[in-house]
Design a protein around this ligand. Structure first.
Ligand code: GDP
Ligand code: MG
Length: 439
């Protein structure tokens, strides 16, 4: 049972369905998120950090136009879970092409270790590595035969002899491979022994004589709590470098794997998405969290919020490049007004900021609404190049928007002065960053 998943979902549902997100509701929902993560063995420190970050974002981040505080909170939780999982780009193991890399796979029987060894062999072979596969699983002769067959499919050399102890088996493999000029060997190990202690001792021993450059821990996406126990047990015997979560094509959502990963503080490098040797994908924290939370609609919300912000950013970029339209001016004034509380940051901005502040102070909500009406009465050419707006156009715009010609003239004056101010701030990275910080 994937209890992490269901308790996270119910915490998020609570936020989604709350009539209004006051501090009390937010606090209670966050407590629930914290509890779910703690029960999934995510460390207390990480949970506290996540919760703190979400609180801060919910206080400081302004929702983009058309979104609410609720959306900001949901998004913050989502983003924090993504970063808990190692972010979008994890530092991944890259075998050094100039030497023989020895890579081990560990995990309990049935987790998908042998299959994953073959998938990884194909993956690295396709990247141009000279790969060999070794089975040191002498507990089950069938396991050796299984990898031997898979190696044929991948088209890489294989060594495995169930009659040999792992140490001997490994030495023979190195001998057998000597003529191949390999730079990567993937070593499959046993996942079951007479008892757990026996298995763990064997992993420790193999690790000692192989001296692996990297160890993949293979975890089944169907695991719940026990994933973190498994992860810990293996990690106490060998230096686990990253995790491969298998069977994500099935009903398992990987909640347990998240616990395992959080416990070890190592990245997930790949995910298995089927039984075939090609069914291996690079890990992507975003799609993993989407799946974990089952949030098709929340995922869509993230996308929509992002594009609203991008619209704002594009407009800012037009402004920064000196091509501000009247629509951009309005968008920027609104954005600028939202940052009123960040006046310290604004003080530190160079030339231009004070003029801009003057315009934005001048332009209260009432005035902005009037300007909006005027702009609605303009045609595209006028909005894009207000310098063509002469006396007769001014009269037409005033009539169309129910304002006075003097007011239209004032808008045009403000536009010119704002354009000048913004031009002066052109390419100021800090200024661009300031609006970027609204995300
Ligand atoms: P091992 O005991 O850890 O070596 O596990 P195996 O590699 O023998 O795999 C156990 C079972 O899981 C086999 O039936 C595999 O085909 C299956 N399996 C492994 N990885 C995946 C996966 O990503 N998706 C699915 N659907 N099945 C998998
Ligand atoms: Mg196996």
């Amino acid at each position: 049972m994937d209890s992490l998943r269901s308790s996270l979902q119910s915490a998020l549902d609570r936020i989604k369905t709350a009539a209004s997100l006051d501090d009390k509701t937010l606090g209670e929902s966050l407590k629930q998120v914290e509890k779910a993560l703690l029960m999934a063995d995510v460390s207390v420190d990480l949970v506290a950090q996540l919760s703190k970050n979400v609180r801060e974002k919910s206080r400081s981040a302004e929702p983009p136009p058309g979104y609410t505080r609720k959306d900001v909170v949901l998004r913050a939780i989502y983003e924090e879970l993504v970063s808990l999982l190692g972010g979008v780009s994890t530092q991944r193991f890259v075998p050094d092409r100039s030497k023989l890399n020895k890579v081990m796979l560990v995990g309990v029987e049935g987790s998908g270790k042998t299959t994953t060894a073959a998938k990884l062999a194909l993956h690295y072979k396709n990247m141009g590595y000279k790969v060999g596969l070794v089975s040191l699983d002498n507990m089950r002769p069938a396991a050796v035969e299984q990898l031997s067959q898979l190696a044929k499919k991948v088209g890489v050399p294989f060594f495995g002899d169930p009659s040999l102890e792992p140490k001997k088996g490994f030495e023979r493999a190195i001998e057998a491979f000597s003529g191949y000029g390999l730079n990567l060997i993937l070593i499959d190990t046993a996942g079951r022994h007479r008892d757990e202690e026996g298995l763990m001792n064997e992993i420790e021993e193999i690790s000692r004589f192989v001296k692996p450059d990297h160890v993949f821990l293979v975890l089944d996406a169907n695991l719940g709590q026990s994933a973190s126990l498994q992860a810990q047990a293996f990690a106490s015997k060998t230096k686990v470098g990253s995790v491969v979560v298998t069977k994500l094509d099935g009903t398992g959502k990987g909640g347990g794997a998240l616990s395992g990963v959080a416990k070890l503080n190592v990245p997930i490098s790949f995910v298995g998405v089927g039984e075939g040797i090609e069914d291996l994908e690079d890990f992507n924290a975003r799609s993993f969290v989407n799946r974990l939370l089952g949030m098709g609609d929340l995922g869509a919300l993230m996308e929509a919020m992002k594009s609203a912000e991008e619209g704002e950013r594009e407009s800012l970029e037009r402004v920064a490049s000196g091509k501000m339209t009247l629509d951009d001016m309005l968008a920027q004034l609104r954005a600028f007004r939202r940052f009123g509380s960040l006046s310290k940051v604004l003080e530190s901005l160079p030339i231009g900021a004070s003029q801009l502040r003057a315009v934005s102070k001048e332009a209260g909500e009432e005035k902005i609404k009037k300007w909006e009406a005027m702009i609605l009465s303009m045609n595209k050419a006028e909005k894009e190049d207000p310098s063509i707006i002469d006396g007769s156009r001014i009269r037409r715009i005033a009539r169309g928007s129910g304002t006075r010609p003097e007011e239209v003239k004032e808008l045009l004056r403000q536009y010119e002065s704002m354009k000048k101010a913004l031009k002066a701030m052109r390419r100021d990275k800090r200024w661009l960053g300031l609006l970027g910080a609204s995300s």
